[in-house]
Write a protein that binds this ligand. Structure first.
Ligand code: ATP
Ligand code: MN
Ligand code: MN
Length: 376
């Protein structure tokens, strides 16, 4: 691969588990580390600094050694004036007063609580906060009409804010596997998202579904969802149909970051293992004794035709920041448009075919980056 200068793809973002097991050595100029929690506070901001902070945090996350002085940060990409000011504060005073006052503000606390509801984004949360709604009880009392997703999100708030374990992801994988082969023998599933990157926990479980014969995947999602529903596995689901327009000479140009696969955002009802009647951790002052035999888990299902499968796997493995940087690299350095469907070479004015992630990285002029190193 090439040396990427200011590009974040220069860095490997190992999983926590790899980090614990093997002290990582990246390049000499990246041997630094600082707590990234300080940056996360800015993720919700409205004026576009969010991405800048995310990049800065990703740089720091990749560094295997402790930062003790500002001079160690020299030469690192993506650390802007504001990020450096926060870091300097932390190094000199143990904490950043700016960050601490943000964390303690009612507005920040309310944003955290409200965006913790499935179906509620920063925009909606912000609107509610301006109406004086700061917590779940105030939201319930407000009489706001919630959509189906938000209703389910509120109902299963505690479950959905409890990390999904690898064991739970595996259990759900078995259910999804059973569903797809029941409704269409020969169908295949692939685990994507954070668990494919080797994360030990996640906020949901992501699966990609395909069939080795092109075209057989058409109509598959509704059959899978019906099967899951009939077996009582779904507490909530919203299926969005495929809006990807095929033209004669190939797929339409990727227009935005959003892909157009048929997908299902769902909440699974997962039967618990041996540990029954456990007490859930306290969430926002509400502690509940939990005697249920099941818990709610967010699951994303996506159906891809086999011809786009490699792109879909790459696009749905994440992390979100890694995907953003990869697309930016494709555009800026290679004059190519990369999406979860295809890669278009603007210079040759044609699509490039790929049946593996390795081929896609090769088109982009990059060495293959394994999923476990995509945790930006
Ligand atoms: P977590 O463990 O918290 O779930 P994650 O990396 O799996 O982390 P997700 O939000 O599940 O995070 O996203 C996984 C991948 O799916 C990312 O690469 C993201 O780009 C992709 N993705 C998520 N939502 C969409 C969407 N609406 N459209 C297209 N791609 C999406
Ligand atoms: Mn996920
Ligand atoms: Mn997801």
């Amino acid at each position: 691969g090439q040396s990427l200068g200011v590009h974040l793809l220069d860095i490997s973002w190992y999983t926590e588990s790899m980090r614990a097991g093997h002290p990582v050595v990246i390049t000499d100029r990246h041997k630094l580390q600082l707590n990234t929690y300080v940056m996360e506070l800015h993720f919700l901001d409205e004026d576009g600094r969010g991405v800048a902070f995310r990049r800065a945090a990703a740089v720091l996350k990749a560094l295997p050694a402790q930062v003790t002085s500002m001079s160690q940060l020299r030469g690192l990409p993506c650390l802007g004036e504001h990020s450096l000011r926060v870091i300097k504060d932390v190094l000199e005073n143990g904490e950043s007063s700016e960050v601490e006052s943000t964390k303690q503000s009612e507005r920040f606390k309310a944003l955290k609580i409200l965006t913790g509801i499935f179906g509620v984004g920063a925009k909606t949360a912000d609107r509610w906060i301006r109406e004086g709604i700061y917590n779940l009880q105030q939201l319930r009392d407000s009489g706001h009409a919630l959509n189906q997703a938000q209703k389910a999100g509120l109902e299963h708030y505690n479950d959905l804010n409890q990390p999904v374990t690898k064991a739970e992801a595996n259990a759900i994988g078995e259910i999804v596997q059973k569903a797809v082969i029941s409704v269409l023998p020969g169908s295949q599933i692939a685990l994507t998202g954070g668990f494919r990157r080797g994360k030990l926990t996640g906020h949901d479980v992501d699966f990609l579904i395909t069939h080795p014969e092109e075209g057989r995947e058409v109509g598959l999602m509704s059959k899978v969802v019906s099967w899951l529903e009939s077996q009582g596995f779904l507490l909530y689901q919203k299926t969005t149909r495929n809006s990807y327009l095929e033209s004669k000479d190939g797929p339409a140009r990727p227009a935005s970051n959003m892909d157009r696969f048929e997908r299902c955002f769902s909440i699974f009802k997962l039967t618990k293992g041996e540990e029954q009647g456990t007490t859930q951790p306290e969430k926002n002052g509400v502690q509940t004794m939990d005697n249920r035999l099941w818990r709610a888990v967010r699951v994303d299902l996506v159906v891809s035709p086999i011809s786009q499968f490699a792109f879909a796997v790459l696009g749905w493995t994440g992390s979100k920041l890694f995907e953003r940087e990869l697309r930016r690299w494709a555009g800026h350095e290679k004059d190519m448009s990369l999406s979860s469907h295809a890669v278009f070479d603007n210079k040759q004015n044609r699509y490039l075919r790929a049946t593996s992630e390795e081929e896609i990285f090769a088109y982009l002029g990059l060495e293959y980056i394994p999923p476990s190193e995509r945790n930006a």
